[in-house]
Design a protein around this ligand. Structure first.
Ligand code: ZN
Length: 76
């Protein structure tokens, strides 16, 4: 019983990580993880990853602009 819950948690964690369409910060365009741990938050139900916490302030000034980048996957 305990084991199956653990597997379920691991599977959902993998799915969560695999769903993010971009490898770069939508604000700065920097590759995620290059400046340290990405800054991750959820904005109106959408997961957003930024290269650093400073980019959050810029995101908040114009969220629609940056969310649009997130919705447009490169190569689609
Ligand atoms: Zn940044």
């Amino acid at each position: 019983m305990k084991k199956s819950i653990l597997i379920l948690l691991m599977t959902s964690a993998l799915a969560w990580a695999g769903n993010y369409p971009l490898e770069t910060c939508v604000v700065s365009g920097e590759k995620l993880g290059e400046m340290g741990k990405p800054y991750v938050f959820v904005y109106e139900g959408t997961e957003v990853k930024l290269c650093c916490e400073k980019c959050r302030a810029k995101f908040d000034k114009n969220p629609a602009k940056y969310l649009a980048k997130l919705a447009t996957k490169p190569g689609n």
